[in-house]
Design a binder for this molecule. Structure first.
Ligand code: HEC
Ligand code: HEC
Length: 145
């Protein structure tokens, strides 16, 4: 599918952006079971790199989007969709992909990522803070007449 391909491109761009940290990888020997946006054959390393990018872009931990396990709440159930933030994130992935596909047409330098809006904040600020005035217009250069 076309969408999946371009998601891989975005994922690759995110990986190339290099904002990955070196947390220890969870054990997932049997591969992902519940991917609806990312390509189903994504490698484990790529998947985890995308996830770490989410963490750093929003300044959250994995449990912001993933639900605890039903049997052992100390472990996360990554395949579960019980945490509503996971589906919001899926929509965000589709939105980001659509912005890049439709408006940046695959340009490598102009790529919108989670970080473009989120800047390390889970709730991006949409307007200037209360009372913040815009910067004054630039001074007119003194007339030389
Ligand atoms: C901002 C939300 C978000 C954060 C934070 C996040 N994830 Fe995810 N994760 C998702 C979404 C959304 C999917 C499903 C993607 C899809 O449907 O293609 C997913 C899928 C996964 C899967 C595949 C599960 C399966 O079997 O289908 C694993 C494993 C995973 N995440 C691990 C992690 C780890 C480890 C971290 C922390 C380093 C993490 N995630 C942080 C949103 C997040
Ligand atoms: C075009 C800007 C934009 C991009 C790109 C973007 N987001 Fe968002 N995101 C937002 C806005 C705006 C909100 C709503 C924040 C609020 O509720 O105040 C939001 C909310 C969210 C939330 C819910 C946060 C909460 O507190 O409930 C998650 C999770 C999320 N984004 C994940 C992502 C991920 C993952 C990506 C990259 C795949 C992404 N976003 C890309 C603008 C963006």
């Amino acid at each position: 599918m076309k969408l999946k391909k371009s998601v891989v491109v975005v994922a690759a761009a995110l990986i190339a952006a290099g904002s990955l940290c070196s947390l220890s990888l969870p054990q997932q020997p049997e591969g992902p079971k519940n991917l609806k946006v990312l390509p189903k054959d994504i490698s484990h390393d790529q998947l985890i790199a995308v996830m770490h990018n989410f963490n750093t872009s929003l300044s959250v931990k994995c449990n912001f989007c993933h639900a605890p396990g039903k049997d052992d709440p100390k472990k996360m159930d990554f395949a579960s969709d019980d945490n509503p933030h996971k589906d919001i994130a899926r929509d965000m992935m589709r939105m980001t992909d659509s912005i890049n596909t439709n408006f940046f047409k695959g340009s490598a330098t102009m790529t919108v990522t989670c970080y473009t809006c989120h800047h390390g904040d889970k709730e991006p600020v949409s307007k200037p803070a209360e009372g913040q005035t815009p910067p004054p217009p630039p001074q007119q250069p003194a007339s030389t007449k």
